[in-house]
Design a protein around this ligand. Structure first.
Ligand SMILES: [Zn+2]
Length: 259
């Protein structure tokens, strides 16, 4: 039975068991086994906001990270056309990725007009699978922005279609304003990388995330981003942290529903 075979393959593959602790573990004598990690975001700046500090730690631990931007943030600059805004924001992504040591990948859906269809699902999956990821991070689906929701749904579908051959984590953005009901299973101490994360966020100059003083802007305080990093840090007992929900449910998408 196809679904049964898929489960066995997944169970033997073992990649679904990769934990953040393992990925971030530095060993003094053993070389790190290089893993491929993809971070999916609805717009330019989302992967950086939700996981920028962790991305920096993963890259410095020797892993390869790709930021997969679902839309180009086409609606994100008030006085620019969709095309102009997309071009500016793609350039900002390249600059942010350079700081993070990550590779950008553009899905090229349109901000605010994103769709989930069978053909878009197939296109998204192909792009994601081409990366041969061991671990994928995506938006938490309970989010106030449709682009975030759809990016999350497409990632979950890709995870199930790939028989869970990669570990799946959800990240939060501006919890209480965009992400809702986010109860983390995993925390990463980003106290040492938070400053560089902010430099990567500053590359998204069109979005007014970081001010000229190098701090989060009042808009970001209103959205709750700094409070989120601070609060997750307090929960972990460090200065700043990022938090994640690890997907579990091994049978999900791999067994046929009994009739
Ligand atoms: Zn967004």
């Amino acid at each position: 039975m196809h679904t049964r075979r898929a489960f066995v393959k997944s169970a033997l593959g073992g990649a679904g068991l990769l934990s953040l602790t393992t990925l971030l573990q530095a060993h003094p004598t053993q070389a790190v086994e290089k893993r491929k990690i993809v971070v999916v975001g609805g717009h330019p700046d989302d992967p950086e906001c939700g996981a920028g500090g962790t991305i920096l730690l993963l890259v410095s631990a020797g892993h390869e990270v790709t930021l997969m931007y679902f839309t180009n943030g086409d609606e994100g600059i008030a006085d620019k056309s969709h095309e102009e805004a997309a071009a500016i924001r793609k350039k900002e992504c390249l600059e942010a990725c350079k700081i993070l040591g990550a590779k950008p990948l553009f899905v090229d859906q349109v901000d605010g007009e994103s769709v989930v269809s069978n053909s878009e699902m197939a296109r998204f999956q192909k792009l994601l699978w081409n990366e041969k990821p061991h671990v994928v991070f995506t938006h938490w689906p309970l989010d106030s922005h449709k682009d975030h929701q759809l990016a999350s749904v497409l990632t979950m579908q890709a995870w199930m279609e790939a028989s869970q051959s990669f570990a799946l984590y959800f990240y939060e953005v501006c919890t209480g304003y965009q992400s809702f009901l986010f109860h983390p299973t995993d925390y990463v101490d980003i106290s040492e990388t938070q400053a560089l994360k902010m430099k990567a966020l500053a590359c998204h100059a069109s979005q007014n995330i970081i001010g000229k003083d190098g701090r989060y802007t009042p808009m970001m305080y209103a959205c709750g981003q700094p409070a989120m990093e601070d609060f997750r840090g307090k929960e972990l007992g460090v200065t700043f942290a990022e938090a994640f929900i690890r997907m579990t449910g091994r049978g999900m998408g791999t067994f046929a529903v009994p009739s």
